[in-house]
Write a protein that binds this ligand. Sequence first.
Ligand code: PLP
Length: 222
Amino acid sequence: MLAMSSIEQVCEQVEKARRNSPLAKGAVALLAASKGQPEEKIIEAIGMGITDFGENRVQEAEGKWPPLKERFPHIRLHLIGSLQSNKVKQALELFDVIQTVDRAKLAEAIAHELATAPPRAVPHRFLIQVNIGNEPQKAGVLPEEADHLVDYCRKLHLPVTGLMCIPPHEQPPAPYFALLGEIAKRNGLAELSMGMSEDFETAVRMGATCVRLGRILFGDRT
Ligand SMILES: *Cc1c(COP(=O)(O)O)cnc(C)c1O
């Protein structure tokens, strides 16, 4: 069972963080990170009013989401895990938002595919993932190369609307969220996807427009 109270509680925590911060933005989208979650739990979350879901792997999402999207056409599905260039076509068919554009080659592959894809009622949106802590094992463009990638995406006419990051584990996240906010600001990008179960209140205080929550909504993954 998904605890209704957990969703209500998260909303209250988001509201409180928003109220107390000058950096906080007007609205914060609550994205449910549903990797590893079965259909029943997703349907339960939809019933509680969640409209945005994030999946990490194209293949897992392809096995789970087509019937759900048909049944709940208002849902927006976000890709929040790495995307390989050879999966771009499938990803664009299934996902509404790709949050993990992190290299020129991938941006090119997406632009190429979009040029021939059938038109959609609601256009795709794209966020650039920044490896905000410069961690060798993590995906994302390096902070010092982010401006360049944003420019390049714009040249390719990709509708980039924001930035996404996962800060280093076990370090205070606020400085990393602040850095992501600065990069977004100087590039004229409005969306900041940052904050997970452990640190979403800090992220909201630092200006997050989308928090990505897994465990706090669904319980621990098995
Ligand atoms: C799993 C995941 C989340 C949610 O993490 P929790 O700690 O369970 O809230 C958020 N973002 C990404 C990219 C993830 O892979």
